[in-house]
Design a protein around this ligand. Structure first.
Ligand code: GLN
Ligand code: ZN
Length: 759
């Protein structure tokens, strides 16, 4: 039996790539130095993979920003506005990834979207009628050669033509089908060149085929591959899928001339059934994704070996694989020095998954039941210290239907709240966090490392809150925030204060570009021990006559941005968290906080990829879990929520069903498509579609914002509209935030005046 992985994390075990890239952005290092850092990281991964005995070692799984963008750039899918900047190729690439504002011009970044059901975000490449699809890049070849220099005949990986065509944004009249011939030609050329370089195996990632597929989709897929595969010569082609099963296209895959098919046995609920029912092909190899690439728990060897037996009994020629790229898990447990081994022994990060692959390979070839490795592994699954709490379980079991329903109804509350808050037309607010400057982070880390006392820590934060409130008042914002200076991260902060969570030191996972997150691990039953945010919100409120929004993270987001348990249901874990956040909501209210925002930035994240599963597998409990958080507040307490990315057109009813009073969301990057759907669906909740993109340092001008607001007003009725940036400001600098918010206020005032005149 051989082993393989789909891809390895690329930012470095200590985020070396992130820091290098950021230095490059600040002009502290030049391109050569950045490329040197990147190369070292790639070589390190290759060596590690080789040493751990991995049979199929991937190359081209590295990226300076994002693999989808890399694939687009490789074949010249680069919008003219970036080419016109006249930058070198790397600068041009970063301009697409994060926008450019400087001597050569002023261009926004490409749109960024969530990658399937993960917390990774990809750049959405853009293609227009003039785009000439042709091979212009060399990255995939360079990285193959680089591995070869290390004596590694790697398996180059590349986003496949179907997935890439589906992920593009089409700005002209031409659509995916119109580009299929060009794609066929260019992918053929890529295969031929890799073949010439000596590639034995080439992996095309086609996760897109785990979605529900139409006949048109299947035709496109078949057309692409029946042609492309003609050029494979003596290279072998692996089509790699992940994040689900391929039930709509399995038989097609068997018929096409692929040498290997990679299937996901973890998230692919039907993968095993498909094989059982339709068999596999003798002349093909199955890359069996049996090790979870998305979660951090040790693999259960018993279960995996059973599936291996199943495949052996069917005489299937297979390779043991991970379920998806290891991009979605942290690097290594080696950097974790603080967690007790009674917990650590239950985890497996990317490096440890390589060991698991090796273990399983050995076990499967021997009589494993008496093997020490096997026995040790099985012990873990009968031994979970500190994870059960009787009271939490009782509380969850006693939730009643009415606990999910807030009273009175939305319309009644809306009237009452209008009377109470007397906010102007188009109330302005922000999403919560203010810049996390060096000093802010230092204050937190100094306190954590016992370098300053608690008094000093608190005094500093109070000072920051004071500044923040003063600043917002000066600018003229209507509903203020305290700035979230006490928070490292919107999930970690709560996780640290709740029972049931464990924290790592260095277990970073890339979220997008240079942004990494360190998801907590849900270890045991969750409950709130003490108040978590009341102290800061109450202090902020004491400084002003305006309303200050309390700021919490919602249960679905806390769950989705953590590594969930695998021993109890996701739904149950979410309800436990919901009850804990509910306790905090009620405490904030009791302490005079009249507006409370419960962020559900990641609500969509675990939405099943297949529409038919959306409701029953997810929304049916995720939306009620959110309502459980706020159903206990008074009629005149205003509940806000916030979601990142406006990709909820298709679940818009569910969003309205969250029954919040106000929702803010990202809209500036996706051209406000969401607004049509709000209108069509008579969306009742008041809305704050973000009027500018905070993921980029550019400062939006007043004129630009006026235009944006007016465009929004074509779709949203004035009395429902809030004006705000599209997300929290924590990643930005003070100066740009001040300028941007001033412009935002001036723009709002201008549109307000016009509207008031018109009434
Ligand atoms: N309140 C959070 C903040 O402003 C929301 C962050 C988010 O949506 N990702 O930082
Ligand atoms: Zn956001």
């Amino acid at each position: 039996m051989k082993t393989s992985i789909i891809g390895f994390p690329r930012v470095g075990s200590l985020r070396e790539l992130k820091f290098g890239t950021e230095k490059f952005f600040r002009n502290e290092i030049d391109r050569n130095e950045l490329e040197k850092i990147a190369k070292e990281l790639r070589i390190k991964n290759l060596k590690l993979e080789k040493e751990s005995g991995l049979d199929f070692i991937p190359s081209n799984d590295f990226s300076f920003y994002d693999l989808t963008l890399d694939a687009a750039v490789l074949i010249n899918i680069i919008p003219k506005r970036y080419k016109d900047l006249g930058l070198d190729d790397l600068q041009e690439y970063f301009a697409m990834a994060k926008g450019y504002q400087g001597e050569n011009g002023d261009v926004k970044a490409l749109a960024m979207k969530k990658w399937f059901n993960t917390n990774y975000h990809y750049m959405v490449p853009e293609i227009d009628d003039e785009t000439e699809v042709k091979l212009v890049g060399t990255k995939v070849f360079d990285e193959f050669k680089e591995a070869k220099n290390e004596d590694i005949l790697s398996k180059p990986v590349l986003i496949g033509p179907y997935t890439l065509l589906k992920k593009l944004r089409y700005v002209g009249d031409k659509k995916a089908n119109d580009f299929s011939d060009d794609f066929i030609a260019v992918y053929k050329e890529i295969i031929e060149r890799l073949n010439k370089l000596g590639a034995e195996w080439i992996q095309f990632d086609e996760p897109e085929i785990v979605y529900d597929l139409t006949d048109g989709d299947k035709n496109l897929f078949n057309k692409l591959y029946s042609e492309i595969l003609k050029s494979k010569n003596n290279s072998k082609i692996l089509i790699q899928t992940y994040f689900g099963d391929v039930r709509d296209i399995y038989l097609n895959l068997l018929e096409l001339d692929f040498d290997a098919i990679g299937l996901d046995f973890i998230e692919g609920l039907k993968t095993k059934d498909l094989i059982d029912e339709y068999g596999f092909k003798e002349d093909k190899i199955l890359f069996a994704g049996l090790i979870n690439g998305k979660n951090i728990w040790r693999n259960n060897y018993k279960k995996t070996l059973e599936t291996i037996e199943f495949l052996k009994n069917k005489n299937i020629n297979f390779v043991l694989n991970t379920s998806c790229s290891l991009l979605h898990v942290p690097y290594t447990l080696k950097n974790e020095s603080k967690l007790d081994n009674k917990y650590l022994e239950h985890f497996s990060f990317a490096e440890e998954k390589l060991v698991e692959l090796k273990d399983l390979k050995e076990l499967s070839e021997n009589n494993y039941e008496t093997d020490k490795k096997y026995i040790e592994n099985q012990k873990l699954f009968n031994n979970r210290p500190d994870s059960y709490d009787k009271d939490v379980n009782n509380r969850v079991n006693n939730i009643k239907e009415e606990d999910y329903i807030r009273k009175p109804d939305f319309e009644t509350r809306e009237k009452i709240q209008r009377e109470k808050f007397k906010l102007p037309l188009f109330p302005t607010t922000t999403i919560g966090s203010f810049p996390q400057t060096k000093e802010v982070r230092k204050n937190r880390s100094d306190f954590k490392n016992n370098l300053i006392s608690e008094e000093e820590y608190i005094a500093f934060n109070k000072e920051k809150i004071k500044e923040c409130i003063r600043e917002q008042e000066e600018i003229g914002i209507d509903v203020l925030v305290h700035g979230e200076f006490e928070r490292n991260d919107m999930v970690e902060y709560f996780g640290e204060r709740l029972n049931g969570f464990l924290f790592t030191e260095k277990a970073w996972v890339q979220s997008y570009g240079t942004r990494c997150v360190k998801p907590p691990i849900i270890w045991g039953d969750v409950f709130r021990k003490n108040q978590m945010t009341v102290f800061w919100s109450k202090y902020a409120k004491s400084l002003t006559n305006k309303e200050v929004k309390g700021m919490l993270t919602g249960p679905v987001t806390i769950l989705n941005w953590s590594f969930p348990r695998e021993d109890i249901e996701i739904k149950e874990q979410t309800l436990q968290i919901a009850l804990a956040i509910r306790d905090e909501v009620l405490d904030l209210e009791k302490n005079g906080i009249n507006i409370i925002q419960v962020d559900e930035a990641a609500l969509r994240e675990k939405l099943p990829l297949r529409k038919s599963d959306w409701f029953k597998e997810y929304l049916a409990w995720a939306i009620p879990a959110f309502r459980l958080v706020h159903s206990g507040v008074k009629e005149d307490t205003q509940i806000h929520t916030h979601m990142c990315y406006s990709e909820f057109t298709d679940i818009i009813k569910a969003i309205d069903d969250m029954d919040a009073d106000v929702i803010s969301f990202e809209a500036s990057r996706s051209d406000l498509q969401i607004l049509d759907s709000l209108k069509e669906n008579n969306f009742k909740t008041q809305v704050g579609p973000g009027v500018y993109d905070i993921h980029s340092p550019r400062i939006p001008s007043k004129e630009e914002l006026v235009n944006q607001i007016k465009r929004i007003l074509e779709k949203v009725s004035p009395e429902k509209l809030w004006i705000n940036p599209d997300c929290g400001l924590k990643t930005r600098g003070n100066k740009e935030v001040r300028e941007s918010l001033k412009n935002l206020l001036n723009a709002t005032r201008e549109v307000r005046d016009e509207n008031n005149r018109n009434i």
